[in-house]
Design a protein. Structure first.
Length: 123
């Protein structure tokens, strides 16, 4: 039934202006706005809808993953841009905040609304 539809994902934020600045300026994504909705235009023609929700509660799981070729370089650049990396007690990370416990190398951070994002690198 939906096999040929161009589905897309979306998530909520509590401050659209902060989200626009973070995703557009800090992360360097192409962000468009129409009717109080943001569209993140991701590589590969994938779009993600970002919508305001005044009583927003941040997701407790990773909502968006960014594959990168060099996680250390990417983490260093994001830190330079003011991003703070999360640390989880059950997932011991190195000094940069990169978890190296099997599978892809991964580091988690949050957007201004508290939603969890990651950068990851296949080993």
């Amino acid at each position: 039934m939906f096999g040929s539809t161009k589905a897309f994902s979306g998530f909520a934020v509590d401050d659209l202006d902060a989200a626009r600045a973070f995703y557009g300026e800090t992360l360097g994504l192409d962000v468009t706005e129409e009717h109080d909705l943001l569209t993140l235009r991701l590589a590969g023609g994938r779009d993600v809808l970002v919508y305001p929700k005044p009583d927003h509660t941040p997701a407790t799981y990773t909502i968006l993953n960014f594959p990168v070729d060099d996680i250390e370089k990417t983490v260093d650049e994001l830190v330079r841009r003011g991003v703070r990396f999360e640390r989880y007690p059950q997932m011991e990370a190195d000094d940069r905040g990169i978890f190296r416990g099997g599978g892809p190398l991964i580091a988690w951070f949050t957007d201004p609304a508290g939603n969890i994002l990651s950068v990851l690198q296949e080993q």
